[in-house]
Design a protein around this ligand. Structure first.
Ligand code: SF4
Ligand code: SF4
Length: 79
């Protein structure tokens, strides 16, 4: 019997300005290219990426798992 996991609904991507150091790793790993270089500065003075969240986000969590500073959270609702 095939068991399928529920598809998560992504409701947001949060970048924590206390921890982001503007390394842009999240920007490079996202297969959907949902990040761009932003203007907003983190508390440390680094330029943070911007997220263009759309229905295209697959919820793969690559961005969250790659962030070395645990500054990024993908917010998801299980259906
Ligand atoms: S969860 Fe995956 S598709 Fe969505 S923003 Fe992160 S890397 Fe991109
Ligand atoms: S990977 Fe993390 S620390 Fe680097 S730019 Fe993205 S959110 Fe900021």
């Amino acid at each position: 019997m095939k068991v399928s996991r529920p598809k998560p609904r992504i409701t947001g991507i949060i970048l924590d300005d206390r921890f982001c150091k503007g390394c842009n790793l999240c920007l490079h790993v996202c297969p959907k290219k949902l990040f761009s270089r932003g203007e907003k500065r983190s508390r440390g003075g680094y330029r943070m990426p911007e997220v263009l969240l759309s229905g295209e986000c697959s919820g793969c969590l690559l961005c969250e798992m790659t962030c070395p500073d645990l500054a990024l959270t993908v917010v998801r609702e299980e259906k």
